[in-house]
Ligand binder design. Structure first.
Ligand SMILES: [Zn+2]
Length: 292
């Protein structure tokens, strides 16, 4: 065959493939428009530290926290009604986590109750959750509100906000070593971050996240709660309870989760995206129980 003919045939094949590819891509793109909240791409800093290392560190720190709590007789036993309640809520949320992070399928999820007056709860990388008795008792949280708090904390873990902060800390430290604040400025990171996170080694229990990570966790958390069959409107009553409890000294959770009218307004603005998910789960649960 002559070279021009081969070239033309290849070109024709290429065009055909391109057209078929575009056609095939169309329904896929359509299928990818998902229901629920919208959040952006993960930060580039997330990839600096390997996920399994962060999860291993978190697991060690979690075990240390539990051992310490047990020594002080402050670890809720498995037959404690509040522990059973927390575990039931966690079990309903877990099936909806992996679309946010495929690693979550392998996580060894755990939730424990720690006896402390602090209004606090967290989920460490790898799915290690803790609730303090303070947040349940002082705020008298109903199941929907517990699910919203848990969803929010789980969202931090799924979106790897801790890994992102550690990555940022390491990048800052690296920048400081080779060129100081100029590179920090170029990368758009706070030069003080390096001291707080990279040098001391991250304390994964009490990490403070930025405003963007917080609003992302609010949104992903309310979607998780809604899909699991918990009323996402509880996000509003939760923050109202938090604010009302903030009269004296600010509760622990509130110091890392600054409240504000914008927070409640954002939650309210996103309710229409997650209410249909909640209503669907409720409906299928009630028709299932009706069939029994
Ligand atoms: Zn948070």
């Amino acid at each position: 065959m002559q070279a021009w003919f081969v070239k033309r045939m290849l070109l024709r094949q290429f065009v055909l493939h391109l057209a078929l590819g575009l056609l095939a891509a169309l329904p896929v793109v359509h299928a990818q428009t998902r229901e629920g909240v919208e959040v952006g791409e993960s930060s580039v800093f997330t990839k600096i530290v390997p996920a399994d290392r962060v999860e291993r560190d978190a697991s060690l720190q979690y075990q240390q926290t539990l051992t310490q709590a047990a020594k002080q007789h402050a670890l809720g036993p498995a037959d404690h009604p509040q522990v059973q309640r927390l575990r039931a809520i966690m079990d309903k949320i877990i099936p909806f986590t992996s679309p946010w992070n495929p690693r979550a399928q392998q996580w060894k999820w755990e939730v424990n109750l720690i006896g402390s007056n602090q209004i606090n709860a967290y989920c460490m990388p790898g799915g290690k959750i803790a609730f303090y008795t303070g947040i349940l008792n002082k705020l008298q949280l109903n199941d929907d509100e517990v699910a919203v708090v848990m969803g929010h904390e789980i969202a931090h873990a799924l979106r790897e906000h801790a890994r992102e902060r550690i990555g940022k800390g390491q990048a800052t430290e690296f920048a400081a070593r080779i060129g100081g604040s100029l590179l920090s400025g170029l990368l758009g990171i706070d030069p003080r971050l390096g001291d707080a996170v990279a040098q001391t080694g991250a304390n994964l229990v009490s990490l403070e996240f930025g405003r963007e990570d917080e609003s992302e966790a609010d949104l992903v958390g309310m979607e998780l709660a809604a899909r699991a069959g918990y009323d996402p409107r509880a996000g509003v009553s939760l923050w109202q309870k938090m604010a009302a409890n903030n009269k004296g000294a600010p509760p622990e959770w509130l110091s890392t989760h600054p409240s504000g009218t914008t927070r409640i307004a954002d939650i309210e603005a996103n309710l229409p995206k997650v209410m249909p998910l909640y209503e669907r789960t409720k409906k299928s649960a009630s028709s299932e129980s009706g069939n029994q």
